[in-house]
Ligand binder design. Sequence first.
Ligand code: FAD
Length: 398
Amino acid sequence: MWDGVIIGGGLAGLVAGIRASERGKKLMLVAEGTGSLTYSSGALDIGAIDLLQRSEKHPYALLQEKSIRDGLAYFQTLFPEYRENAEKPPLVLTPLGSCRTGGLAPAGLIADRLSQVRNIVLMAPKGMKDFFASVVKANLEKEFCQSTVRIYPFQVSAFASWYQVGRPVNGIEYARFWRTETGMQELGRLLGELTQDIEGSSVAVVFPGLTRVFSESLQKLLAQFPFPVVEMTDMSPAFGGDILHEALKRKFKELGGEMMIGSGVWQADCEGKTCQQVRVKSKGRDSILKAKEFILATGGVFGGGVEVTPTGAQEKVLKIPLFLPSEWTQAQFLREQPYARLGVEVDAALRPLDPQSGELIFKNVRVVGRMLAHWDPWVEFCGGGVSVATGWLAGETL
Ligand SMILES: Cc1cc2nc3c(=O)[nH]c(=O)nc-3n(C[C@H](O)[C@H](O)[C@H](O)COP(=O)(O)OP(=O)(O)OC[C@H]3O[C@@H](n4cnc5c(N)ncnc54)[C@H](O)[C@@H]3O)c2cc1C
């Protein structure tokens, strides 16, 4: 029997697993797929905690401010390269070169430094998919109007045959290449040439398709040059989110957590308000996992934890009744869409409640991350923050 089984291996499930393993719990994590981290930029949006805490039933309103702050601080102790400044959230560059606030972001992405220089060099990797140098230049000029922006086109020998046949190189492929030995040599040579070419000292370099987080050698290499190198976030799927996902899995395993990846929980066996075991389809066979406690981290509609049918929506594993908004969508495409707030209602300990009666459904289940009701990462910009804070709380109390 496990101390806990975590269903779902995205940001929320992994943070819960890491914290609970650190506290000595024996855990199994079951994940059908990768979840949404691999699509995200790697910068975790936190949102306006003070404001959202006042929004009824929002996950931030259920958690005490201290729990939210402790959860975010815990994430930073796991990954000190991630920086947050509660007073002044850091800026990061979008794939189009405009700025947005980055919440909890790896140091290489933080773009605030660009407001302190007079010259920005925009690196333009040949054939990079979804990278439009002239658009990025125009946006950088708008954001940092004290600076002149120069485009610096370059190509990489490793992708010569791709360029020849017109095959685009996406940001993930460039980012992976720079982390290889050959890539680092080529990067050193490229930035060395740029150093010769640059006049004056008030210079910063903006570099799309480069991610230095979790690579000490790349960080050391970049620190050798006399200018700051600022990374850009990438279009989905993005290397920044993917590499964070790998780092989280590594930490969980190092702490003794066990994982079944590529396996889905398809049924739970429950008695009264207690979930006793879950059934997992793995390599064509059924396995049964018994545990004292369960964490449901299946990520809502996008993560695969909610099945949407023409008549409604259903939580797939434990069949927990969902909060469903009365209106599903609204006509203006880019405005808030009500369905984003569907999910499981919980108490302050993250245990599931019946949305009609308010009654507790399971005593030994905690629900975390995107599966929770009453929040919307797209308009509240708090996707990473809610997942980290609720994941941490579940791991802390399991
Ligand atoms: C395209 C996109 C881009 C985003 N970009 C950002 C960003 O830049 N910054 C930010 O802060 N937030 C971003 N978000 C939001 C953020 O990624 C999510 O809020 C957060 O990662 C949700 O984490 P989660 O662990 O709750 O769910 P998920 O990451 O969705 O993980 C769910 C997990 O559950 C598994 N699962 C589902 N059903 C089962 C089952 N039956 N059995 C076993 N496993 C199952 C899935 O395979 C997956 O492993 C983005 C979201 C999307 C969709």
